[in-house]
Design a protein around this ligand. Structure first.
Ligand code: BTN
Length: 335
């Protein structure tokens, strides 16, 4: 590529790669013919795209790590699946992969189509929250499903996805993830992955389901917003080393494919059992925020539609179909 057509960011990367160690800001400014402030701005943008660049005042900048490009999943998916990942679209940046896939679904995209992004500008979380999605760090993907089941069955799909996430973390890194109802995946009690399923349906049948999954793989402590409702972590923070996204994404897609096959073959009870085995709060007193207000009680388990059964007082239980567990009380503790 000619020098003129490269962006300032690309030219900085080339200087850092060629330099090997630290390259002074003065040298970068001279080579690019720009101010220190302009260099700093470009370095910040590169960091947002997942490049790890160390900056030491009076010394300069050093490239520590380049993000591994997810584009490989589009050109060389490298997965063996029946349905999920038959088509994979990888975007460098997007608003939300769920929105992109919703658009593709309404235009007739095939079941199993996956949209993955390096970064999301408007990542969506459950209950109208945002999902922080910096570039080059984590996994943000959406899977299109067209399950031939009535709408209440959609909960089983999200429970299955939470189990698939756990199984992938277990196999890939030997971790012991737990699930906070309905489908938050926790490591060491902190949220590491979340699922947002959006459905297009009529009374009796689901037209399609967009299953959005976000996994904090390489997030670092300072990257989480201060106003999080539940403590969060990443695989990197738990393992103490960076993790590769492409192998993880492949394993996750394959595990989801198996889980979805189980669901279609009527093995819902096994999915529920796998969920229960990994439940973060069996028999524990919970505070749950629902549209109707706060509910408190002891978690008894799931009903056949994935709703939570809460013992609110001795011998009296209530069903909670949708909501957020905002507090898992300590053993023996009752609000
Ligand atoms: C949650 O709040 O726990 C759900 C988070 C889901 C985030 C994922 S990232 C990929 C997909 N696209 C989105 O906009 N959201 C989901």
């Amino acid at each position: 590529m000619s020098k003129e057509r490269r962006t300032q960011g690309e030219r900085i990367l080339e200087l850092l790669r060629r330099g090997g160690g630290f390259v002074s800001s003065r040298k970068i400014c001279e080579q690019l013919g720009v101010s220190r402030a302009a260099v700093w701005k470009q370095v910040r943008r590169l960091r947002e795209r997942g490049f790890e660049i160390e900056g030491v005042s009076a010394v300069g900048y050093r490239l520590l790590r380049s993000p591994e490009a997810l584009a490989l999943l589009e050109t060389d998916p490298g997965i063996e699946t029946r349905r999920i990942g038959t088509r994979i679209v990888v975007k460098v940046e997007t608003g939300s992969t769920n929105d992109d896939l919703w658009g593709l679904a309404t235009r007739g995209a095939e079941e199993g189509t996956v949209v993955i992004a390096e970064a999301q500008r408007a990542g969506k979380g459950r209950r109208g929250r945002r999902w922080v999605s910096p570039g080059g760090k984590n996994l943000y993907l959406s899977v299109l499903l067209r399950p031939p089941i009535p709408p209440p069955g959609a909960s089983l799909v999200t429970l299955m996805a939470a189990v698939a996430l756990c199984a992938t973390l277990e196999k890939a890194y030997g971790l012991r993830p737990r699930i906070k109802w309905p489908n938050d995946v926790l490591l060491e009690g902190k949220k590491t992955a979340g699922i947002l399923a959006e459905m297009h349906a009529e009374e009796e049948r689901i037209h399609f389901l967009v299953l959005g999954i976000g996994v904090n793989l390489n997030m670092e402590p300072g990257m989480f917003p201060p106003d999080l409702r539940y403590p969060a972590t990443s695989v990197r923070m738990v393992l103490g080393r960076p993790v590769e996204r492409v192998p993880f994404a492949r394993k996750l897609l394959e595990t989801l494919d198996h889980g979805y096959e189980d669901l279609l073959q009527g093995r819902g009870a096994e999915i529920m059992e796998a969920w229960t085995d990994r439940c973060a709060h069996p028999g524990v007193w919970l505070t749950v925020e629902t549209a109707a207000g706060i509910r408190e009680g002891r978690f008894l388990g799931l009903d056949e539609d994935g709703a939570m059964l809460l013992e609110v007082s001795r011998g009296r239980s209530e069903k909670v179909r949708a909501g957020d567990v905002v507090r898992v009380h300590l053993e023996g503790e009752r609000a």
